[in-house]
Design a protein around this ligand. Structure first.
Ligand SMILES: Cc1ncc(COP(=O)(O)O)c(C=O)c1O
Length: 398
């Protein structure tokens, strides 16, 4: 009776089941910035209640003033973006869905980075598209490791800049490798830049890919990360590349968006003020992430066998541990014995065992307590590793 787009087995995994029964007091997986004590200006949402919002103004690609505000915001990222090349959506997930519909027929494929955002597989499947993985190589700073020409029927290559959860930016060489692959296959590039405003290894972010000239490119951004307001449901797609193909893509995207009209009028009208007030929220979130990162680095440095490779940007960090214990066992132990919730690396398809992912958003006390319990738990596994000491990390499937 049902389509194969939705998985037939929707039972929670062991970790999710355990967390459902007893929430962890030290939750290092929070991704909702509005639920971890980040200070937001009290009047931030006041522009939503302006009377002009009483008039419904359906405009498939977005109200002109709202698109203008997004374009103006790109000047902060040193890019000149034409507002006519912007399409507003309700979320980045919806932006992906529009782009998959724009570029792919059922059964076509999109190339997705691994390790990365676990939703890609579902988002692709929900549009009848296959997600084909390409490796971000841990031994090469998580740079894309594309192997030869793209497989047939690949219509788009996705990059996440900076990537979630590895925190790695797409550098000039990586970007050129992806462009080259797209040129060879006549595919488009989709660059998810939702975390671009959060550099952690440098004061300013690296360049956006929202103003490409050569390959058809779609850069994604949105309020959920840029202003820490996922509940407002407003994101954007910026199309760039050779003018004729961009024009064609935009008119087709407008057709797609016209069938949904999903972005609310009041949030579009409020967008110029929300984007300008967003600087304070961004600063608070970035400071939180940097402070928690410092705490994590100090905690991890107490155990020489552990490493916390410094993320270049984003809201999460990695902990690398020797494979004396499987990721899932360790994550369950942390939950059941220490009350600490973390994501095991396999959740993001890391190519080998021995990775944990932690969010840098939690409030400082929760984060410090969680990080020190995490390190102590791994140290106890290392102590129990026997006279041969810890085994080295093996590739998955060994
Ligand atoms: C890489 C990446 N893209 C997009 C999103 C979701 O953005 P939105 O809330 O706009 O759908 C996330 C959420 O964590 C993410 O990690």
């Amino acid at each position: 009776m049902f389509s194969r787009r939705v998985p037939s087995d929707l039972r929670p995994n062991a970790l999710a089941e355990r967390r459902r029964r007893a929430p962890a007091p030290f939750d290092l997986t929070v991704s909702n910035p509005t639920a971890c004590g980040i200070p937001y200006p009290e009047d931030l949402l006041a522009p939503l209640s302006r009377p002009s919002g009483l008039l419904y103004r359906p405009d498939p690609s977005g109200i002109e003033a709202a698109r203008g505000a997004v374009a103006a915001d790109y000047r902060r990222r040193a890019a000149e973006v034409d507002p006519r090349r912007i399409v507003l959506t309700a979320s980045s997930s919806e932006a992906y869905s529009f782009l998959f519909k724009l570029l792919c027929d059922p059964g076509d494929a999109v190339l997705v980075p691994v390790p990365s955002y676990p939703l890609f597989e579902h988002l692709a499947a929900l549009d009848g598209v296959r997600a084909v993985p390409y490796l971000l190589d841990p031994a090469d700073g998580f740079r894309p490791a594309l192997d030869g020409p793209l497989p047939g029927r690949v219509r788009a290559v996705i990059a996440v800049h900076p990537n979630n959860p590895t925190g790695s930016f797409l550098d000039a060489r990586g970007a050129e490798d992806l462009r080259e692959a797209c040129r060879g296959a006549g595919a488009a590039l989709i660059v998810d830049e939702v975390f671009l405003d959060y550099p952690l290894s440098r004061p300013d972010p690296p360049p956006t890919l929202a103003a490409e000239t050569d390959v058809l490119t779609f850069a994604l951004g949105g309020l959920s990360k840029s202003v820490g307001l996922p509940q407002l449901k407003l994101s954007w797609i910026v199309a760039s590349g050779p003018a004729p193909v961009v024009e064609e893509a935009l008119s087709r995207l407008e057709f797609l968006a016209d069938n949904y009209l999903s972005v609310a009028t009041p949030v579009q009208l409020a967008l110029p003020l929300l984007l300008s007030a967003g600087a304070a929220v961004r600063r608070a979130i970035r400071e939180r992430c940097l402070a928690n990162l410092g705490v994590l680095s100090r905690a991890v440095s107490a155990v020489p066998a552990l490493a916390a490779p410094p993320p270049e940007g984003g809201w999460s960090a990695l902990v690398r541990f020797p494979a004396v214990v499987a990721e899932e066992r360790l994550a369950l132990d942390l939950l059941e014995r220490d009350g600490v919730a973390v994501h095991p690396g396999y959740f993001f398809d890391f190519p080998s065992e021995g990775w944990l992912v932690v969010s840098l958003l939690p409030d400082p006390e929760t984060f410090a307590a969680g990080a020190s319990r995490l390190v102590a738990r791994i140290a106890s596994h290392l102590d129990g590793a026997g006279p041969g000491g810890p085994r080295s990390v093996r590739p998955r499937g060994d």
